[in-house]
Design a protein around this ligand. Structure first.
Ligand code: PEP
Ligand code: MN
Length: 339
């Protein structure tokens, strides 16, 4: 059960409401976000919401029996729009393009990528400064100094920064230089990290876990939301299956399923999804047609020389073509009004 509270509810009214819900046999958690105050009631007993629906201080009340509640479409039918400022949005009915290298490598590389994005009207840049690498001997990123450098260049050009946060201690130091905190596939169920990201007022993009179900992804998002942060984006990036012909299996089923279950925007990462450069564009466009609100992909001036994930990274010519095709495909999807 979700009880949306009125802005002017008094503490006394709130306490009496909590008591009444407890008496029905429901456990109550209070949730305060940037946008509203809620009481989440967890319990099994069926009851008539009219019993409490009339009480003072209640704006709205909804029965949501799914494990995830606040991220569910069952109580919030209006899609969530992520406003990054300067006219940059990630939202339903729009097509966000986020492109950039797997890792931030040098000042020269940042300038080149930013120049490429500007030339192609791309307003959001991805890149890791803290890299989760399978091998401890692989390049692990430029760290916070790399992020500061990147920010100083990107800010001047009106480019927003999407970058991975790997641990709680990084949240604060990254804050001034980050527009979207990315939670990587290896951290989707790092509940301490999710709890702490609930306390920030910047957008969080949660990638699906390597072996994570759709429901688990939604529950991870629920952690951040219930921690106080409604600015959430879901990302399908491929899951591990028995198939070895591609790096991961990009589960495009997840896109319309997530869109039908949640009000949060959904984006697709075809680079990690298939892991093979030549096949990234096809899967990106398939993601657009599946109903994604955005595509995130890897690009680098010389992919063969990239410090990480070069095998799935597009060069700038391929990236320029893909950005154009993403927009054309999105226009086609809209004109068909398929979804
Ligand atoms: C990345 O975006 O570079 C990355 C490491 O992604 P994932 O967490 O999906 O593997
Ligand atoms: Mn990568």
């Amino acid at each position: 059960m979700i009880i949306q509270l009125k802005e002017d509810i008094s503490e006394k009214q709130k306490q009496s409401l909590i008591q009444e819900v407890n008496e029905i046999g429901y456990k109550v958690t209070e949730v305060k976000t940037q946008l509203g105050d809620y009481l989440i009631g967890i319990g099994k007993k069926a009851f008539d919401i009219r019993k409490i629906g009339h009480k003072d201080g209640i704006k709205d009340i909804h029965i949501v029996s799914d494990e995830y509640k606040l991220v569910s479409k069952k109580w919030k039918a209006k899609p969530t729009s992520i406003d990054l400022g300067d006219g940059v949005f990630i939202k339903d009915g729009d097509m966000a393009i986020i492109a950039g290298p797997c890792s931030i490598e040098s000042e020269e590389q940042i300038h080149k990528v930013v120049g490429h994005l500007k030339a192609n009207g791309i307003r959001m840049m991805r890149g890791g400064v803290f890299k989760p690498r399978t091998s401890p001997y692989a390049f692990r990123g430029m760290g916070i100094d790399g992020l500061k450098l990147w920010y100083s260049i990107a800010k001047e050009q009106g480019i927003k920064i999407v970058t991975e946060v790997m641990q709680v201690s990084q949240i604060e130091e990254m804050y001034p230089y980050t527009d979207i905190y990315q939670v990587g596939a290896r951290n989707t169920q790092n509940f301490n990290l999710l709890d702490e990201l609930g306390k920030v007022d910047k957008a969080v993009m949660i990638k699906r876990g390597i072996s994570g179900t759709i429901e688990e992804l939604l529950q991870s998002a629920e952690y951040v939301f219930s921690g106080g942060n409604e600015k959430l984006i879901l990302c399908e990036r491929g899951i591990r299956t028995y198939e070895k012909a591609s790096r991961n299996t990009l589960d495009l089923n997840a896109v319309p399923i997530l869109k039908s279950k949640s009000h949060l925007p959904v984006i697709v990462d075809p680079s990690h999804g298939i892991g093979i450069r030549e096949l990234v564009p096809q899967m990106a466009l398939a993601g657009v047609m599946a109903g994604a609100d955005g595509i995130i992909y890897e690009t680098h001036e010389v992919p063969e020389k990239a410090y990480s994930d070069g095998q799935q990274t597009l060069d700038f010519a391929q990236s320029a073509l893909l950005a154009d095709w993403i927009r054309k495909t999105f226009a086609m999807r809209k004109s068909f009004d398929l979804l």
